[in-house]
Design a protein around this ligand. Structure first.
Ligand SMILES: Nc1ncnc2c1ncn2[C@@H]1O[C@H](COP(=O)(O)OP(=O)(O)O)[C@@H](O)[C@H]1O
Ligand SMILES: [Mg+2]
Length: 247
């Protein structure tokens, strides 16, 4: 079957001065896929997410969401079309309550009252209804990650970009997030692209992995393919890549 990919990236390039942070990238993601995006520090992963969301302008190339060209569109428009991203360093408003933080996601499409109801619904969905009145500044790392997820869900996304949301979590906290991602894909058909340094999480969750190194896609395939790929192993010298596969 030849369906339109949910996301297609063609020849995408972003230069910062002399540095090519994202270099002539091609990608295609189908609706409902769980995609991992890995690569050493500075490989261009976050820049790719910023390009996709319209937060950074491409130097060259095109981006299509569900067949619609979104290259150069404003972040707000791109969010309306169904793409959302969490931030690498969790960016909740610290002095606001959890509920108020989460409902900001809903204001993209809903009135304040509806956004509040929807925020409660999504907090319940991620298992965080009981902390709705807490100050965001007082949350633990796993609570922050789940609240960020709830806020993202309030935008009613098709494609969710997660930038290291599990960075500060232990194994069991990470498993809770992984189960939530799987559930959202299985029950609601959401599509995820997940940047994560923790190889065990990526290998367990993702069906397909893209590997970036110095802005280029050096490999693409199943977790098994990727773990055996010599270029990937070379890019990761000293990393726990192999150990992660068997964890
Ligand atoms: N706004 C910017 N200005 C200049 N250089 C940048 C900017 N954003 C990212 N870079 C550079 O682009 C490269 C890729 O960075 P980044 O996308 O953050 O990598 P990753 O997320 O894979 O660690 C790095 O060398 C980084 O220093
Ligand atoms: Mg990054």
């Amino acid at each position: 079957m030849n369906t339109t990919p949910l996301l297609r990236v063609e020849n995408l390039t972003r230069r910062f001065g002399g540095l090519v942070a994202v270099n002539n990238l091609q990608l295609s993601v189908q609706q409902g896929e769980l995609i991992g995006l890995i690569g050493p520090n500075g490989a261009g992963k976050t820049t790719l997410f910023n390009l996709l969301m319209g937060l950074v302008k491409p130097s060259a190339g095109e981006i299509y969401l569900a067949g619609e060209r979104i290259t150069g569109q404003k972040p707000h428009n791109i969010a309306r079309l169904g793409m959302v991203k969490t931030f690498q360093n969790v960016a909740l408003f610290p002095e606001m309550t959890v509920l108020d933080n989460v409902l900001t996601g809903g204001l993209l499409r809903l009135s304040l009252n509806d956004a509040r109801d929807f925020a409660c619904e999504n907090l319940a969905k991620v298992g965080m209804a009981h902390i709705a009145d807490k100050r965001a500044a007082d949350l633990t790392f796993p609570e922050k990650a789940l609240v960020e997820m709830a806020r993202a869900l309030c935008t009613q996304p098709k494609l969710v970009l997660l930038d290291e949301v599990m960075a500060a979590l232990n194994h069991s906290e990470m498993d809770q997030i992984l189960a939530l991602i799987r559930k959202l894909r299985n029950e609601e058909g959401l599509t995820f692209i997940v940047i994560e340094h923790h190889m065990r999480a990526i290998m367990n969750l993702c069906e397909r992995i893209f590997v970036l190194s110095f802005g280029q896609k050096i490999a693409e395939g199943t977790p098994q393919d990727i773990s055996r790929n010599q270029d990937v192993i070379a890019a990761y010298l000293g990393n726990d890549m192999e150990a992660g596969v068997h964890a």
